[in-house]
Design a protein around this ligand. Sequence first.
Ligand code: 13P
Length: 288
Amino acid sequence: MALVSAKEMLENARDGHYAVPAININNLEWTKAVLSTAQAMNSPIMVAVSEGAGKYMTGYKTIVGMVKGMIEELNITVPVALHLDHGSYEGAKAALAAGFTSVMYDGSHLDLEANLAQTRDIVAIAHAQGASVEAEVGSIGGEEDGIIGSGELADPAECKTMADTGIDFLAAGIGNIHGKYPENWAGLSFETLEAIKAATGNIPLVLHGGSGIDEAQIKKAISLGVSKINVNTELQLVFAAATRDFIIAGKDLEGKNYDPRKLLAPGYDAMVATVKEKIEVFGSANKA
Ligand code: 13P
């Protein structure tokens, strides 16, 4: 199946009370783990790429080529959206020009008027080519690609103004943060999520910082209108742990285990297990 916009898959998720996983990729192993597990679980999926990961993989054109090639050669038939995560204004335009089918324009560091104006520009460009747009109000805490947010709670009135720009789905801070959650994390603010939902109506909502949030909070967030959940750190952690265990046990020194196809296999398998678990918890299995 060709790459699709995320609009329809998130509207289906909203109406069906589940969430589509948006999993950040870093290289071929990540991409293969995400696509093949989504296919095995019959789940719609968003393949997310941060600007930093985009540079690491040499650029957006390389990524579009890799993802399209893999969809064809792995016979992936579930809906796949290729999504830029936390894009800058120029980054969003470049990803769309390269063939991404969805972008997040993150103007959350700007004042609201500037964020709205830039978001409207990206919406016009994306919609002209059938791609979907996510925007953000209030910052998501934690650090990602050098952008540090303070984890504020978004203002529901600002969320409504942003939703009215014509974006397809909205990210809004509700106490979530990127990366590992600290011991003393207060948890998600469902009060804020309810107020945002009431103010914005039907637009699908996005939960960033999906790594490490317990199942009960995930399910409650979905019941209150979250239709897309971003996961990045958790795959990095399980990949690193499995690779570390393999090497500490001296297994890389056995036979031909220096071959990257063998050396990276435990980390790959750990990522597959994590993607499977997310699809189960988010309820997107068999929703393709
Ligand atoms: P985590 O790294 O905390 O899973 O967050 C991912 C994310 O929100 C990407 O935008």
